[in-house]
Design a protein around this ligand. Sequence first.
Ligand code: NAD
Length: 262
Amino acid sequence: MDLNIKGRWALVCAASKGLGKGCAQALVAEGVNVVITARGSEALEATAQELRTLNPDVTVKTVAGDITTSEGRAAALSAAPYFDILINNAGGPPPGDFRDWSRGDWVAAVDANMLTPIELIKATVDGMTERGFGRIVNITSGAVKAPIDVLGLSNGARSGLTGFIAGLARQKRIAQGNVTINNLLPGLFETDRLRQSTKAAADAQGKSYDTALEAKRQQVPAGRFGTAEEFGAFCAFLCSAHAGYLTGQNVLLDGGSYPGTF
Ligand code: NAD
């Protein structure tokens, strides 16, 4: 299926690795020009090179910087004249016990996983409605539907974003302007983040990394972790011309992990 987004411009945040990279790959394969960001430039430039090889007909720009800062956002936003597609993503907050978290820890989590996407949407959404096309996807977490005990900062900050998006996506000016805003909720995907959190949990419990990884895998009804490629493919469909009637939704990609009926 041709997704009918060739020649569009996308900003894909936090895209040198993992799920953001998967999204950038799928969009580039569809002929979308991309601006990709990440904090460090080494992995970012390597990813940009891979994307150019994947599709030499598109423009791939890189912006190294922290997307959770106003300077990082300004640099990313100025890298293209306008954006038709915005993929909001950033690193997730650290695990822990809420008794140990300071006000500063909470502010950092809310800044990264709630206010940063809202600021980027604010900077791009009105231009999208004026041009009559826009697709915004926020990478959140399955923790929004089924909270994860040790990830209280993520449960809280991302739920704040989710509530805000539910209202925003339904504003008539936005919905009637062919601009959709949806959240993608990953379950367990085999990325650096999953590997690091598994290693930390294994060390804390005195287990081997392989044992801890296998135990995690067994929690998933599909019997495997998701891949960044399949996450990206789904994201690209949400960004397609065909997905214009799907907005304000929270879509779980979790191999059946969420146990509820709805
Ligand atoms: P990852 O560690 O594999 O990749 C993260 C990417 O984001 C890297 O390119 C990194 O450079 C970039 N990045 C991180 N912080 C940034 C910042 N402040 N500014 C710019 N770039 C930044 O992580 P991932 O697994 O792809 O996770 C992406 C998001 O999805 C995270 O918020 C994570 O919490 C969430 N998530 C992941 C999973 C999973 O199983 N992998 C599950 C639920 C939620």
